[in-house]
Every structure is written in structure tokens, then in C-alpha cells.
Design a protein around this ligand. Structure first.
Ligand code: ADP
Ligand code: MG
Length: 290
């Protein structure tokens, strides 16, 4: 009884733990990117156009996040804002708890039109970004070789871009981006123009490289199956203005395959909700023309 009393007293004297506060600050630290009430509107001849409205989003370090939504819903705008290439009209963007005020070497965007230099070799393309950063010649060579090996292109380092297939060009662009060693890869519909077989292969490669390098990836696509194939989480945006309609945690085991029946079932649920947004887009377009 005495022991019980004293231990009760000891317990009462111990300052109360504050689990809520601790949890919250841990979450803040863990968010690689945080969007807080981000809105973006554009001035157009027909008046202001609201492209994004009140986007709140935390992206975990090492997360593979897919953004899906109908064409014109603001996916590219959102990616540009994350990259610091565009500024929100209101709201804030944080990277590792610091405000994003412009582009930085910690984030890199891969656009669908890859921006490779046809007159340079594969290796020169990969080294190009590093030369801009002032990396020494020797270091450039080492890193280019490392990242070309990672994307399985070592044998083609002396080839010119025009000699490569579409899938190989994608891998050069990926190696070039990785060589600058960013924390965050922002990819804007990178595989949209590729044939199905090449895309399958690149999904595998990207999944493997993401697992090996532990980058944070934000991947924009209008293809729901691709999003469910790749993402830890799929965030669905509404048609104009782009708001977050829903989020889906994708817990299917990796590596995944597009033809997995579970993947098809999950994709069907996401697609049903995307469909509602596409219908709105079609309706708006129809009404504008009648
Ligand atoms: P998505 O990538 O989802 O197709 P975007 O982010 O490219 O959509 O565009 C979202 C909306 O914002 C579209 O209606 C588009 O026309 C408009 N928009 C994008 N950039 C500009 C701009 N610089 N000026 C005016 N309107 C823009
Ligand atoms: Mg776009």
C-alpha cells in the first residue's frame, strides 16, 4: 500500500506527457513538402480563372505520390508551384519546414517533352545539369556513369539522342535529373506518349530506382491505372477549380503489375470518381459551345 501510494505520488509529480504536441511536430518535420491552402488564379481575357483552390497536402519523405485529375484541372500548375517555378496566388508551400521561394536543386521537374539536347551524347546530356552547377569534370564523369548504370544505359553513353527509342530517351532524362541529386522528383505525365510495352518497362524501372534511391516522387498522370500501379497514395483533383476530391492509400504489395486483379479493382474505384469530374468538364465544354 505504501509503495502504491508513493508510486502514485511519483506518477502525479511527473510532468504530464504531451503526446499530441509531440506527434504534431514529428509530422511537421516529416513532411518533405507541405502545401497549405494553396490557390492559384490566372488573369485571362474572359476574366480571372481559378485553376487551384485551397489545396492542403503533405508529402512524406520517400513517398511516391500520384496526382490524377481530368485535363485542365491544374495538375501541371500544382507541380510548377511545388517546383517553385510558379507562385500561388494565396497559401504557402514548405519544403522540410522552410518556405519555398523559387526553384532549387533539391527539387527537379521532368516534363513530358524531355528537353534533351539532340546534338549531345547520352553522357553529355547527363553531365549537362552538373556542368551548370559547377561540378568538376571528374565528378561529372563519375556521377554520369553511376546514374547511367542505374537506368541501364551504360552501353549507350556515347550514343546521340536521335539514335535512341522513346523509352531510352525517358531513361536519359531520368538519369540526368537524378545526377543533380535532388530529394524530390516532380514528374509531369512523363510516360503519356509511350507505347504500352515501353511504359510497362519504365514503370518497373522507376519503381526500382525509387526504391533504391529513396527519393520523394510526385507523379502527375491522367491515367488512373498508372497512378495505382506506381503510387503509395493517389490524390484525385476535381475539375476546375482543382481541389482535392479524394485521396486513396494504395497498400497493394510491390512490385505491382498493371494486370493484377487487385490493382484493377482499386483503379476502378478511383476511376468512378474521376469519371464524375470528366463529366463535369465535358458538360462545361458543351455549354460553352451552345
Ligand atoms: P492540367 O495539367 O491538369 O491539364 P494545367 O495546370 O495545365 O492543367 O491548367 C489548369 C488551368 O489553368 C487550365 O484551364 C489552363 O488553361 C489554365 N492555365 C494554366 N496556366 C495558365 C497561364 N499561364 N495563364 C492562363 N491560364 C493558365
Ligand atoms: Mg498538364
Amino acid at each position: 500500500d505504501v509503495v502504491g501510494t508513493s508510486s502514485a505520488r511519483r506518477y502525479l509529480k511527473t510532468p504530464m506527457p504531451m503526446p499530441l504536441e509531440t506527434t504534431e511536430s514529428v509530422v511537421t518535420q516529416q513532411a518533405k513538402l507541405r502545401l497549405e491552402s494553396v490557390s492559384r488564379s490566372f488573369k485571362t481575357p474572359r476574366g480571372p480563372l481559378s485553376a487551384l483552390e485551397s489545396i492542403d497536402l503533405d508529402v512524406r519523405e520517400g513517398e511516391f505520390l500520384c496526382l490524377v485529375g481530368p485535363s485542365g484541372c491544374g495538375k501541371s500548375t500544382l507541380l510548377s508551384i511545388m517546383a517553385g517555378l510558379d507562385q500561388p496566388t494565396s497559401g504557402a508551400v514548405w519544403r522540410d519546414g522552410k518556405p519555398v521561394e523559387g526553384p532549387g536543386t533539391d527539387r527537379i521537374v521532368i516534363f513530358q517533352e524531355l528537353g534533351l539536347f539532340p546534338g549531345l551524347t547520352v553522357r553529355e546530356n547527363v553531365e549537362f545539369g552538373l556542368r551548370m552547377k559547377g561540378t568538376s569534370k571528374q565528378e561529372r564523369r563519375v556521377r554520369a556513369q553511376h546514374y547511367l548504370r542505374l537506368v541501364h544505359l551504360s552501353r549507350f553513353e556515347a550514343s546521340y539522342i536521335h539514335q535512341l527509342s522513346g523509352g531510352m530517351k525517358q531513361r536519359v532524362a531520368l538519369a540526368r535529373s537524378l545526377a543533380t541529386e535532388p530529394d524530390v522528383l516532380l514528374m509531369d505525365e512523363p510516360f503519356a506518349a509511350l507505347d504500352a510495352q515501353t511504359r510497362d518497362l519504365l514503370h518497373e524501372e522507376l519503381e526500382r530506382i525509387w526504391a533504391e534511391t529513396k527519393k520523394t516522387v510526385i507523379f502527375v498522370t491522367h491515367n488512373v491505372r498508372e497512378a495505382v500501379r506506381l503510387g503509395d497514395r493517389v490524390v484525385l483533383l476535381t475539375f476546375r477549380p482543382g481541389r482535392i476530391k479524394n485521396e486513396f492509400a494504395i497498400t497493394l504489395p510491390r512490385p505491382r503489375h498493371l494486370e493484377d486483379p487487385e490493382l484493377t479493382l482499386t483503379a476502378r474505384q478511383v476511376h468512378a470518381q474521376l469519371r464524375e469530374e470528366i463529366n463535369k468538364a465535358v458538360k462545361e465544354e458543351y455549354e460553352a459551345n451552345h
